[in-house]
Write a protein that binds this ligand. Structure first.
Ligand SMILES: *[C@@H]1O[C@H](CO)[C@@H](O)[C@H](O)[C@H]1NC(C)=O
Ligand SMILES: *[C@@H]1O[C@H](CO)[C@@H](O)[C@H](O)[C@H]1NC(C)=O
Ligand SMILES: *[C@@H]1O[C@H](CO)[C@@H](O)[C@H](O)[C@H]1NC(C)=O
Ligand SMILES: *[C@@H]1O[C@H](CO)[C@@H](O)[C@H](O)[C@H]1NC(C)=O
Ligand SMILES: *[C@@H]1O[C@H](CO)[C@@H](O)[C@H](O)[C@H]1NC(C)=O
Ligand SMILES: *[C@@H]1O[C@H](CO)[C@@H](O)[C@H](O)[C@H]1NC(C)=O
Ligand SMILES: *[C@@H]1O[C@H](CO)[C@@H](O)[C@H](O)[C@H]1NC(C)=O
Ligand SMILES: *[C@@H]1O[C@H](CO)[C@@H](O)[C@H](O)[C@H]1NC(C)=O
Ligand SMILES: *[C@@H]1O[C@H](CO)[C@@H](O)[C@H](O)[C@H]1NC(C)=O
Ligand SMILES: *[C@@H]1O[C@H](CO)[C@@H](O)[C@H](O)[C@H]1NC(C)=O
Length: 808
């Protein structure tokens, strides 16, 4: 009995047949089916479409393969990304044509080929589907991409759903469920290759069954770890320091204590289509797209092919910014020098000097007399770490009890390390420390147990500075005495406060010789800002240009960390530009000089300094003005340093200030000098107009400033942008040139934007450049989503300064 006759007879009986999809030669015209009911079966060649036409289910062949499969993809996004495959293990043979997907007599969903061979059925995976009366059973594709089989007679909704049986792809609201009490489904499994959907070797699933807090692990053959997220700290994974808050990262982990499950899911914005998939090479990659557009990259776990689980072996530390990428922890040496030098790091490192507690015959607990000279064990603090694998969670301690955590570890000789993690609390480790990663920003403080002998003497403040600025010679920096700073700033009095910088308040000070200084103080209360401090110090002490603010020195005393700068009497550009009374003091010549000065400063950062520096937070409040109103770029806070390693650092943390962020950066975390150029041009348009481009993401029906500028330009009314306080006293050719360059630099596609070199050339010559393309991203009204209000309004934290250095 052929499929068709079978189905027809079922249909005639109005009984068992509910829908059929038939694989046909391509010349058949295909139509879409939205609703499949018992009385309205689908015609041959139909595809099944979700109610709002978001997803589509049908037959497909993967690239490079002739085999046919039943799969689901986004209907209006091209190129097609198959997000789920029914018969991934058993393709439909090309010959033999007619295959169909149908609901069988017992209510299960079944895919059979032309010869009635069952290729796939929901009974392969669950026994729940067994209804004696199938007339109310139907299969539907939901707008979430979930393909369900349901029986209206049932009250519990779906009898079977594809979301419980993911392939290699995770859709929004589809959790990876772990803490595997019930060892059921809900893990991602890679394809064998891009042209073969059958089960590959990589899976994405939870950590080990009882692990709290949870982590996500990518496994090879479900037995060998390949990549590890590190524990979830309730807002991000410790091993992914680039993850921002949930809003930008898109990840959530939800715990269901009763069921003993933890659900991991990903959704960027609900207005965007997103997915995460595990590639056949083990890379877990996240993409997003607007309807009708191509997929764009958001995030991936394997930024770097070297960055795999345990790459540096036990007690080794992986740091993609260092060369070589593997180092031993302090107090440890390579277990095989020879292999280590060859770059074979997997054997890891061994302890140089035994722990004191290991040498004790009776391992009684130790009192906490951690005074100098006391021959106990101690801890060496590693900042910016991805914690090692196999954490144990000490739930009995308060989450802020750092001393309790230390004592807990010290009192047990098996304890090799501890960490007090924000939002989690005390974690300790007693297995060999494996898969530690050192980050350039983010990460946590990890305390490694060492014999006190190895902890060495208390470092001097110059040692600390040396450590801070790494390999660079600090001899040119003045080191100020803390008491001098107190005197100079009137004990950091409120009246001396100039403002809030990227990582702390800035005070005016007067040295004994009468020289005026600006002192930036890293707030000692919070652990944050150390990286910014260090990077600003490293950067600014190595960069010298008349359009960059100059650092004179620094001061470190215990928790106090200060940076000392030359004082800028005219404060920052925004104090003029956005002040209705002072705006007029900025005549066109001053504005044009500021634009050119900032351009020169950027040109130096991008091209002429020996380090390639990307500022990442260029905005009017970071442009300081000296007594002659010459601009100086300031606030080089959160630096990332990439120095001559073959493994390229590519952190995805999106930092900076909205309104100045380029589309590819805000959405994808992709940052280059062109993103600085984008910010520069926003700034430039602001300087010309005296108006703030305060929100780069647009609200519905509100055309943003950039869009407004573009429209004016397009209509040949570019001069209307000019700040009205300037009256007619400006050079229209200079203004038009600036507007033109400004619009060239806010084009969506970074490749279309001119470099700082091009810009400098255009500014100083008659060269016109090309016609700018319409900035779709900026103009796009449909692309609106709620703003996290606290992120960039009122809060001085928004003034954070972010910088990237790339080695030359
Ligand atoms: C499929 O293969 C073709 C040719 O090999 C290529 O141009 C296309 O980009 C591929 N599509 C996808 C989605 O990989
Ligand atoms: C339901 O029918 C399908 C196809 O006819 C068969 O493979 C499966 O074993 C049946 N399931 C049960 C529970 O009887
Ligand atoms: C199956 O259910 C439908 C309505 O849900 C009902 O009309 C029909 O009589 C039932 N058939 C059997 C065999 O129970
Ligand atoms: C995974 O399994 C495949 C097939 O059994 C095998 O070839 C491969 O070596 C395994 N890889 C690892 C890392 O265990
Ligand atoms: C879609 O984007 C991918 C990268 O995300 C790119 O490789 C591909 O060429 C793009 N395809 C089209 C049709 O634009
Ligand atoms: C790395 O070193 C280990 C131990 O000496 C050895 O077994 C292994 O073969 C080495 N791997 C390579 C790629 O040389
Ligand atoms: C020390 O730590 C190990 C590993 O966590 C644990 O098994 C052991 O019970 C601990 N000993 C004491 C005395 O707490
Ligand atoms: C990783 O390397 C960078 C560059 O040397 C350094 O700044 C950073 O502190 C390192 N991270 C750790 C945790 O050591
Ligand atoms: C600063 O504080 C110290 C001690 O608190 C005090 O002795 C000193 O007079 C203060 N100096 C000023 C300028 O207020
Ligand atoms: C800038 O500062 C200098 C020195 O304090 C001052 O003389 C000048 O008036 C200031 N310029 C403006 C426009 O306020």
């Amino acid at each position: 009995m052929g499929i068709e006759s079978e189905s027809v007879s079922f249909f005639n009986l109005s009984m068992f047949f509910f829908f059929i999809l038939i694989l046909l030669p391509p010349q058949y015209h295909c139509s879409q089916v939205y609703n499949i009911t018992p009385l309205q079966p689908s015609a041959q060649g139909d595809t099944l479409v979700s109610p709002s036409s978001i997803f589509e289910l049908g037959f497909f062949s993967p690239n490079g393969s002739a085999s046919k499969y039943v799969g689901i993809w986004h209907k209006n996004i091209s190129p097609r990304k198959v997000v789920w495959v029914a018969n991934r293990e058993k393709p439909i043979a090309v010959t033999g044509s007619l295959a169909s997907l149908r609901i069988s007599s017992n209510g299960s969903l079944e895919l059979v080929d032309g010869k009635h061979n069952s290729l796939w059925s929901t009974t392969d995976v669950t026994s729940e589907v067994s209804s004696s009366n199938t007339s109310s059973v139907a299969a539907l594709l939901l707008d979430s991409g979930n393909f369900i089989v349901k029986d209206d007679a049932w009250e519990d909704g779906a009898m079977w759903q594809s979301f419980d049986y993911p392939g290699d792809t995770l859709l929004p609201n589809q959790p990876i469920r772990y803490n595997t009490k019930a060892k059921k489904g809900n893990i991602l499994t890679s394809w064998k290759s891009e042209s073969d959907p059958s089960t590959g070797i990589y899976t994405v699933e939870g950590g080990r069954a009882t692990e709290v807090p949870a982590q996500v692990i990518i496994w090879i053959n479900r037995s060998t770890p390949f990549w590890r997220s590190g524990p979830w700290d309730k807002s991000k994974f410790i091993g992914l320091p680039d993850m921002d808050d949930r809003y930008l990262s898109g990840f959530t982990v939800e715990e269901n204590v009763e069921q003993g499950t933890q659900d991991f899911s990903y959704e960027l914005f609900d207005t965007l289509a997103t997915y995460g998939d595990i590639s056949s090479q083990g890379n877990f990659k996240f993409m997003y797209a607007q309807n009708g557009r191509n997929w764009s990259f958001h995030f991936e776990t394997l930024k770097n092919p070297c960055e795999i689980y345990g790459a540096c072996g036990p007690f080794g530390v992986y740091n993609s910014s260092e060369s070589p990428i593997c180092k031993c922890l302090k107090g440890f040496v390579p277990s095989s020098d020879q292999e280590w030098r060859k770059g074979n790091w997997t054997m890891g490192c061994v302890r140089q000097t035994n722990l004191f507690c290991e040498r004790q015959t009776d391992k009684k607990s130790f009192s906490l007399q951690g005074k100098q000279g006391y021959s106990d064990d101690g801890f060496w603090k590693m900042t910016g770490a991805k914690v090692p694998d196999y954490h144990q969670y000490i739930t009995s301690l308060n989450t802020d009890d750092i001393n309790g955590c230390m004592i807990q570890c010290l009192n047990n000789c098996s304890c090799l390390a501890y960490a007090l993690v924000n939002n989690i609390g005390c974690l300790v480790w007693s297995k060999d420390l494996i898969d530690i990663v050192g980050f350039s920003q983010g990460g946590v403080d990890l305390y490694i147990r060492l014999s006190r002998k190895q902890l060495g003497s208390i470092p001097t403040s110059r040692d600390i500075i040396q450590e801070y600025i790494g390999k660079h010679d600090p001899s040119e920096l003045l080191i100020y005495d803390f008491d001098t700073m107190l005197t100079a700033t009137d004990n950091f009095s409120i009246t001396n406060k100039l403002g809030q910088g990227g990582f702390g308040p800035v005070y005016k000070g007067i040295l004994q010789d009468g020289k005026e200084i600006a002192v930036k103080r890293l707030s000692s209360s919070s652990g944050q800002g150390i990286e910014e401090f260090k990077n600003e110090m490293l950067l600014i002490s190595n960069l010298q240009h008349k359009n960059l603010v100059r650092m004179m020195g620094c001061c470190i005393k215990e928790d106090e960390k200060l940076l000392v700068y030359e004082f800028m009497p005219n404060k920052s550009l925004d104090t003029f530009l956005f002040d209705p009374t002072r705006r007029g003091e900025l005549d066109w010549d001053r504005r044009f000089n500021i634009i050119q000065g900032v351009a020169r400063g950027l040109l130096y950062l991008h091209h002429d300094s020996y380090l390639k520096v990307i500022h990442r937070d260029l905005k009017v409040s970071n442009i300081l003005l000296d007594e002659k109103m010459k601009p100086k770029i300031s606030d080089f806070g959160l630096a990332r340093i990439v120095e001559g390693t073959q493994c390229i650092e590519n952190t995805q943390k999106v930092v900076g200030t909205r309104g100045y962020m380029s589309p590819e950066y805000a959405l994808g975390g992709i940052f280059s000098e062109k993103s600085d150029d984008y910010s520069f041009r926003v700034l430039e348009l602001e300087i010309i107009s005296g108006k703030k481009n305060n929100n780069f993401f647009l609200y519905e029906q509100q055309l943003g400033f950039l869009a407004h500028a573009w429209n004016l330009w397009y209509e040949g009314k570019g001069l209307e942008l000019v700040d009205e306080v300037l009256g007619d006293s400006y050079s229209s050719s200079e203004v038009l040139k600036c507007v033109h360059i400004g619009l060239l630099c806010v084009q969506d596609n970074a490749a279309d934007r001119p470099t700082m070199k091009d810009i400098a050339l255009m500014l100083s010559s008659e060269k016109d450049g090309t016609q700018p393309k319409r900035p779709e991203f900026t103009m796009q009204n449909s692309f609106s989503h709620p703003q996290p209000q606290n992120e960039h309004t009122n809060s001085p934290i928004n003034e954070a300064t972010i910088t990237v250095i790339e080695g030359r």
